[in-house]
Design a protein around this ligand. Structure first.
Ligand SMILES: C[S@@+](CC[C@H](N)C(=O)[O-])C[C@H]1O[C@@H](n2cnc3c(N)ncnc32)[C@H](O)[C@@H]1O
Length: 325
């Protein structure tokens, strides 16, 4: 078991303040963030949160760091990245404002975020704006910790991979907060590609998969992940490899083998292979968890399939012809 895996036995020791900032993470995930900060991280290398939102997750992690016997508040830094504003394509919620909704004259909740994180501002470095602009392409400094709650699109995941995953070293800890999201298959097949170099800490904590890097990751693997340089079949095989490692989450509520199967349907869907996507998704409609929580996903995949002419869309047929499939 990695050192990270031992944190699972400490959940009972954590009592977080009642008045934490509004968060889209579960109490379990916040407790785990606290435990990582309190018992695992040192602050020697970069500690990074991608997608801080209103600051709930940031607060839990920062509280853990501030109570750590080894993290030095004077020299250690927690880097928080977010748009810190609402608007089209930001994936930020109006609930991140103190009032719970957007004021008429402002789209930014940065001041509200700063107010909530006030006790930790001395060691918090805030990067406000689009990640592609606020992250430094020249920065190759090692990253000790990554909380990834930002990669809602393939475009943003590319930035996460190019600018942050490439800075992982043995010992780096990664928490993928959206791992229960079937619409974000890049999280799943990239993890599959990393399996030879990482150790998964244990069952996901609700939606969060935690892993620790155990071996240096070859540059060409990271390049393929960044470039999305895998065929559909390769992606499906990589996701299958992850399915072999995880099952129900720590609380027993989320069946990850089924979630990852639906993620495979999205690999095919995003490739324009709607018939194939639906043939993967349809048998999952009888899955109790997925039918209860992901009805909209099935609807989307079924509709795309029904719109597709027999033999596939013109574009899909042309593409298949071009690559000889
Ligand atoms: C699910 S929310 C984060 C929730 C937060 N961790 C919590 O504890 O509630 C995702 C965040 O990602 C941010 N985000 C998405 N794409 C981004 C981008 N390209 N650049 C900066 N922030 C981005 C959004 O502004 C949003 O606040």
């Amino acid at each position: 078991m990695t050192k990270l895996g031992r944190l699972y036995s400490l959940f009972d020791t954590v009592t977080l303040p009642e008045n934490l900032p509004y968060t889209q993470c579960s109490a379990w995930e916040l407790q785990f963030l606290y435990l990582v900060g309190r018992h695992h991280l040192t602050g020697r290398d970069r500690i990074v949160e991608l997608g801080s939102g209103g600051g709930g997750s940031t607060y839990a992690l920062a509280l853990g760091l501030s109570e750590s016997p080894v993290f030095d508040r004077k020299t250690g830094r927690l880097h928080a990245y977010d748009f810190f504003r609402v608007g089209k394509g930001t994936f930020a919620s109006e609930k991140f404002f103190d009032s719970g909704h957007r004021p008429e004259d402002d789209t930014s909740f940065l001041d509200d975020f700063k107010g909530r994180l006030e006790p930790f501002l001395p060691f918090l470095e805030i990067h406000a704006g689009d990640l592609w602009q606020t992250s430094d392409p020249e920065d190759t400094s090692p990253v000790e910790f990554l909380h990834i709650d930002i990669a809602k699109t393939a475009r943003v995941f590319r930035c996460v991979s190019e600018r942050f995953l490439t800075r992982m070293r043995p010992g780096t800890v990664v928490l993928h907060q959206d791992f229960a999201g079937p619409r974000l298959p890049w999280l799943h097949h990239s993890t599959g590609a990393l399996l030879p170099y990482i150790e998964i800490a244990g069952p996901p904590i609700r939606s969060t998969l935690a892993f620790e890097v155990t071996k240096p990751i070859p540059a060409d693997v990271l390049e393929r992940i960044t470039e999305d340089d895998y065929t559909v079949d390769e992606k499906l095989a990589l996701i299958s490899a992850v399915q072999e490692r995880i099952d129900r989450d720590h609380t027993g509520g989320i069946p990850f083998k089924s979630v990852l199967e639906l993620s495979k349907a999205y690999v095919a869907h995003y490739d324009g292979q709607h018939r194939r996507a639906w043939s993967i998704a349809k048998p999952l409609t009888s899955d109790e968890y997925l039918s209860r929580t992901r009805a909209d996903h099935f609807e989307q995949l079924r509709k795309a399939y029904e719109k597709e002419p027999p033999g596939g869309s013109k574009l899909t047929r042309l593409l298949h012809k071009a690559v000889g499939r």
